[in-house]
Every structure is written in C-alpha cells, then in structure tokens.
Design a protein around this ligand. Structure first.
Ligand code: 13P
Ligand code: SF4
Length: 375
C-alpha cells in the first residue's frame, strides 16, 4: 500500500517531544477524536488510547462511537476497516501507518475465498457456510455475508460456530459444514472445544487445486480449515510448555487460541487476548503464569501484576511487527494533520463491500460471546 513518507520535521523529534505533542493534539481535538488501541500495541502508544481492547471489544467500541468525528485506530489494517464499516458515515477512521497489515489476513485473498466456495460447492451438495475471523479483509467479510456466514473473533468463535451449525429454522445458519477462514489453528481449536474429534477437520490449502481435498475428504469433515496462521502465535511449542513446567511445577500455562492444537492441548487454558487478561487479573497473588501470546501484552501484564509471576511462554520474542508499525511518529503525524484540518491515512471501505461486510460483522455482534476460557 502506498503511503507518503512521514515529513522530515517529525523524524528529528525525541520520544519525549513526540509524546508531549501528541498529548497537546489530543487536548486540542478533545471529543472530536477517539483513539482505539489493540492490546498488542507498545506501551508508549497504548498510553494515548481512549479505549484498549481485543478485536471484539474494539469492534464494539467503533460501533458505539457516535460522538467522535475521527477514530484513530492503533492496530492493523483489518481493524481499521471494521471500524470504518461499523462507524457512521460522518466519521472518518485513520490508521496511523497504512502499511500496518496482518500477515494472516493476507493469506486469504478474496478471489481465493470465492474460488474455494465454488470448488467446495462442486465437491459436495452439503451446505458450507464460511465463518471468517475478523483478521481478514473487508472483501472476505462481504463474501462471507453473501454465503450466509458471519465473522467471529477469538472471544466469540465458539458461539459463532454453534450458531452456524444450528438449523436455519432455529435461528442459526443451517450449515452442514463450516469453512473457517483464515486461521487453521483457531478453527481446529474451536472444533475441539466443541467436542469434535480431529477427524471432523480437513485443511483447505488455497495453493492446491480444490484445496488439496477430495469429495470424500469434504464429505467426512464438519470443519474445513483454511491453511492460514499467525506467525506470532506459531512461535509457541509443546517443548516450551514442558520446559516452563520443569522449572516451576506450579506454573499455569495459558495461551491464545491462535496457537497450534498441540500447544493449546498441552496448556492449562486457552482463549482470546481479553480472556487471558481477565484470567490473570482475577488470579491470586503469588500465582505463576507462562503466557503464550504477543510479548507487549505479556510484559504489560507482568508490570501491572507485580505480586504474580508472569512470563512469556517462549524465550524467543513473540512480537507482532505489523502492530509495531504504529509508533509515536506516525501517531503524531496523523493527529497533527487532524488539528490542521488535514486527514492523513484514512481507511475507507468501498460502499458496496462495506454494506455486505457490515452484515457479517453485525451477525457476529448479535451473537453473545462466551465469557470464559477453554480449560
Ligand atoms: P484478539 O484480539 O481477538 O485476541 O486476536 C488477537 C490477534 O491476533 C489480533 O490480531
Ligand atoms: Fe495478524 Fe498475528 Fe499480528 Fe494479530 S498478532 S495482527 S493475527 S500477525
């Protein structure tokens, strides 16, 4: 994506100067601007967020924002797209660095998703309904709505899968099979959490003809899993789980549902970013935790709860470099622009795509999220 360079005058500023000027811009803009920050953002950025949250909470915040003229999204591109779709027409969403994408979302190109639905329709007469993780393009979300599907996040994915499999007459989508896009691991972990065996899952590889599946493979599967993954959460391994337990036998291992099935099965609990935060925040002083999710969040939890032992599950860093593309420099650039009446890095989803994508997002928001972790 093309992005004009940050002007030279910002590049020379120190972090303190950047922070002071961001605070001054916020002061001047007042209620006209709302800054949303995903939990994986770095501390210097997250300190300026009016609301922090996981993907689900931030989608809801964007939908609930009726006062702010500008929503500045400190997250990645698909999140800013969702905010644009869910906010009102008079609001503008800006992504401070337009190049902050999501490698996993990019693994499910809209044309490949369309082709997959067509191929699956040739392989089976059963009703295949796409359930698309919000970590996806607006175009994927629109395709999902047109095929009777809905979006999900890691907070509500179990409920959305259950909704999809309920008969249409009973308020569900009447799916015989779910096409889970784009995270293979989230799909498999959710199928397991709902009590399905591994043999109920088949993997659709968009790089292979017919996804690498035969009609018999599709017939046997209830969950067809798009072969996509998050490189941040793939860093975690069963060996790391074994190692932290060998060091500290009382430690509890808690991981994000984007981790592999083996890691989730070896852990004590799994869930979304918010569910992990809630579990650790409610834990007893003295409790010990190894956490398998993005490092900025784990470090923040460790700083916030100094009476608990909290470490990253891996010794290797697990940081989302896409989220890291949002920094003080880009945040100041965008806010300074708004003060001067200039909109920098707006994210605008074309109206025809937005109309259908909104249906997929709204179906998700209408389905109540599970509150607990998967134990
Ligand atoms: P949640 O915010 O839903 O926990 O998802 C994590 C993630 O990878 C966001 O990109
Ligand atoms: Fe995408 Fe993974 Fe980064 Fe989330 S953590 S934005 S899924 S690459």
């Amino acid at each position: 994506m093309f992005q004009p360079s940050v002007p030279e005058k910002y590049v020379r500023l120190s972090d303190d100067e950047l922070a002071q000027r961001i605070a001054a811009c916020k002061e001047r803009l007042g209620g006209r601007v709302c800054i949303l920050g995903h939990h994986y953002q770095r501390d210097p950025v997250i300190q300026f967020a009016d609301f922090t949250g996981d993907s689900l909470k931030l989608s809801q915040q964007a939908a609930d924002q009726d006062e702010a003229e500008f929503i500045v999204f400190c997250g990645v591109h698909f999140m800013a797209e969702s905010a644009d779709i869910l906010s009102s027409d008079r609001q503008t969403v800006c992504l401070p660095n337009i190049q902050a994408g999501c490698a996993m979302a990019d693994m499910a190109d809209a044309s490949a998703v369309t082709a997959a639905l067509e191929e699956l329709a040739e392989l089976t007469d059963a009703k295949v309904v796409p359930i698309t993780y919000v970590n996806s393009s607006a175009a994927d979300k629109a395709i999902t709505a047109r095929a009777d599907g809905a979006c999900c996040t890691s907070s509500n994915v179990r409920n959305v899968f259950q909704w999809a499999l309920q008969p249409a007459g009973g308020g569900g989508a009447g799916a015989d099979k779910i096409l889970a896009i784009p995270d293979e691991h989230l799909g498999r972990n959710t199928a397991a959490a709902l009590g399905f065996e591994e043999k109920a899952c088949a993997v659709y590889d968009p790089h292979l003809p017919q996804g690498g599946l035969s009609a018999a493979d599709v017939e046997a599967a209830t969950f067809i899993l798009w072969k996509g993954y998050c490189h941040v959460h793939q860093v975690f391994t069963v060996e790391q789980v074994d190692r932290v337990r060998a060091d500290r036998p009382d430690i509890r291992v808690i991981v994000h549902s984007e981790c592999t099935r083996e890691v989730v099965a070896a852990a004590d609990a799994s869930g979304s970013t918010s569910q992990i935060i809630q579990a650790i925040s409610e834990a007893q002083p003295g409790s010990q935790w190894a956490v398998g999710t993005e490092a900025n969040l784990v470090n923040r939890l460790a700083q916030r709860h100094t009476d608990r032992f909290i470490r990253l599950l891996s010794d290797r860093p697990a940081t989302c470099w896409q989220m890291g593309k949002i920094d003080l420099l880009h945040l100041l650039w965008v806010l300074d622009g708004l003060v001067a009446g200039e909109i920098i890095n707006p994210v605008t989803v074309p109206a025809d795509i937005a109309a259908d994508a909104r249906i997929a997002l709204q179906r998700m928001l209408d389905i109540k999220a599970a509150t607990g972790l998967t134990q």
